[in-house]
Design a protein around this ligand. Sequence first.
Ligand code: ADP
Ligand code: MG
Length: 501
Amino acid sequence: MDIELRGITKRFGEVVANSDVNLSIKAGEILALLGENGAGKTTLMNVLSGIYRPDEGEIRIDGKAVQFDGAGDAIEAGIGMVHQHFMLVPVFTVAENVVLGVEPTKALNRLDIKRAREQVRAISAEHGLHVDPEAIVEEIPVGIQQRVEIIKVLFRSADVLIFDEPTAVLTPQEVTDFFGIVKSLRDAGKALVFITHKLGEVLEIADRISVLRGGKIVGEGDPKTATEAELAEMMVGRPVQFSVDKAPREAGAPLLEARYLKVLNDRDEVAVNDVSLTVHSGEVVGIAGVQGNGQTELVEALTGLRHLVGGTVHFDGQNIAKSSTRERHRLGIAHVPEDRQRSGLIESFTVAENMVLDTYYDDRYSSGISMRWPDVYKSAAEDVEAFDVRTPSIFALADHLSGGNQQKLVVAREMSRDIKLLIASQPTRGVDVGSIEYIHKRIIDARDSGVGVLIVSTELEEIRALSDRVLVMFRGRVVAEFEGDKASITELGLAMAGVAA
Ligand SMILES: Nc1ncnc2c1ncn2[C@@H]1O[C@H](COP(=O)(O)OP(=O)(O)O)[C@@H](O)[C@H]1O
Ligand SMILES: [Mg+2]
């Protein structure tokens, strides 16, 4: 089955998420849709999978124009999407999840679960998925849950499968297995769309590459001849340099000392279990792990956003286990949060106001009675310049900045004051490759000037580029520790999967 998208435009109010996009998707081919966060990839594929109706343009299947009124129509036409966030019922079995909504029935309308199981088994065997139809979904690893989503789509006879950033939740070994599955589907004649912002993956798996920037297709690449540098330039719109220059570290005294931390998640389950770690001044400690292994709760506990149910935290020799976020901030702890929209900035405030969000009570900016606005503006302008925050002015609302620029704003604010410790979660999420380079450089500069840095990232390349020491978290525990660049991707990946070295 071949698909043509012709002149697709999709707007959300003022935002043009897709602008006059032409794209062809062919049977027996893996098309990589490459683009930075916010480029319009998900929106485009939501249009193709019937979730959004385009404002302009049309979808053609084997030369015939079609119109979808919802995802059901697209599935009917043979187009299925595996979303970034899985939509499975945790307490159901694999087979129950797969047939949900399209149950094969016996006489008297009773669900024929036996037949469902057989069908799941057959699909699983055909593409080497190794999924047990009787397993309970919440008890299987994320990598296998993803395969359940694939089976769900195949069960509905999809000829076109769309994967939205499928590798974000996988360990490196799971990525290898996943690529094997994708190739098997291609060889079976399916058309595949693989959404990603990771250049290496694109070159490894794609048959064809389309690059989306600012809602438009800006170029195509042939994976046989394209280089990462070329693709990065297309993606960002200018040349990009990749590596971080980093001299060997000279770590100082212990700065942050956490012992036997126990932290609960929102569901009151143990998310961080007996974690101990030390960050010295002048070193970068990286925490690697697949999303959802307790990293979020650990950082929240260290920054005072979540309370400890066990363990101790000392900073600069002082017990801070019960200190408020603001007290920790005053002591010199900076925090770049994982979710910038929820806890990093206030979208209805201006860029300048956001720059002083956590320092507005400081002598620099306040006389105690009123704000020293000229000083606020001057410092905001300097930070905007230094961190290349693309904004019409410092008086624009944060809301109007792109995700990557909001991220740079938060990083600029946190790093432009006098700090002793920086705790950064996913510091470059959604930031274009050019700005990643800049943020990484600033982090290394901070380290070199004696700041202790704790980085949490699901991007192994980022962890490896920055860290002097790497800790790996799995199911709430630190399961491995490596010296800086000593750990290979394979070793890290195995630790991330909970396989002991
Ligand atoms: N439901 C929505 N409402 C408003 N704006 C949206 C919505 N979905 C996406 N956008 C905006 O459209 C643009 C493209 O987003 P998206 O397709 O999610 O990009 P990508 O998947 O490439 O990261 C972004 O500016 C995003 O903020
Ligand atoms: Mg997306």
